[in-house]
Design a protein around this ligand. Structure first.
Ligand code: SAH
Length: 220
């Protein structure tokens, strides 16, 4: 592991401890941390940001969008409790960094991005990195990806004003949806929505977060 990704991992662990009174977590799964250590974040940021690629903060990726803070990527991935056989839906491909982490931990990842240029860049990048279990589609994630449903985990990496009903509908029993919910540019709540084996839905507030908005159409 490089010095910079070692530092990124240490920053993640510090953040986990600092937020433990909200999240109830004192450590993240070792599988998730191993994936974070293995996947080079510098490959997912614009050239001018490579030098700060391992900073524990979001970074601009163009089109007014950001690659999420590594701690938040790790926390959200941990909350999904992925198994190697899982089929995952991601809404908000962005740079494709979170997508790569998911692909490392699950069987297959279906990822939707509303901005065509970001979807194209992420797809090309992930192909170059030899991921063959990732499927990217340009479109509005509010409706999910019904043709491939149901999913064993769903992650939304942009903030929605409410939980899109289609996403709950596409979640398997015994599965988790992780989504930031709240108004744009205000503090949002990261929610863990679980469907149990009896199809009962429970929602848990995990942490206050700040995400770019999940837009209703592609005119951004
Ligand atoms: N996981 C990404 C986060 C990117 S930011 C990363 O770490 O790189 C959130 C992304 O969600 C942006 O790329 C934005 O264009 C996308 N997005 C916003 N609204 C969307 C929608 N309705 N459907 C799909 N993607 C959306």
């Amino acid at each position: 592991m490089s010095q910079s990704s070692k530092k990124m991992l240490a920053d993640i662990e510090r953040n986990v401890l600092q937020t433990s009174r909200y999240t109830g977590k004192h450590q993240l799964s070792s599988r998730v941390l191993a994936a974070m250590a293995e996947i080079p974040r510098e490959q997912f940021v614009p050239a001018e940001e490579k030098i700060i690629a391992y900073a524990d903060s979001p970074l601009a990726i163009g089109h007014g969008q950001t690659i999420s803070q590594p701690f938040i990527v790790a926390l959200m991935t941990d909350l999904l409790a992925l198994e190697p056989t899982d089929k995952v839906l991601e809404i908000g491909t962005g740079s494709g960094y979170q997508t790569a982490i998911l692909a490392q931990l699950a069987d297959s990842v279906y990822s939707m991005e509303v901005i065509p240029a970001l979807a194209a860049t992420a797809e090309q990048r992930l192909k170059q990195l030899h991921y063959n279990n990732i499927h990217i589609r340009t479109g509005n994630g509010y409706d999910g990806w019904p043709e491939q449903a149901p999913y064993d985990a769903i992650i939304v990496t942009a903030a929605a004003p409410y939980i899109p009903p289609a996403l709950i509908a596409q979640l398997n029993p015994g599965s988790n949806l992780v989504i930031p919910v709240g108004l744009p540019y205000e503090v949002q709540e990261l929610l863990l929505v679980s469907r149990d084996e009896q199809n009962e839905i429970t929602t848990k507030n995990i942490l206050n977060v700040t995400f770019v908005p999940l837009v209703q159409d592609s005119e951004t």
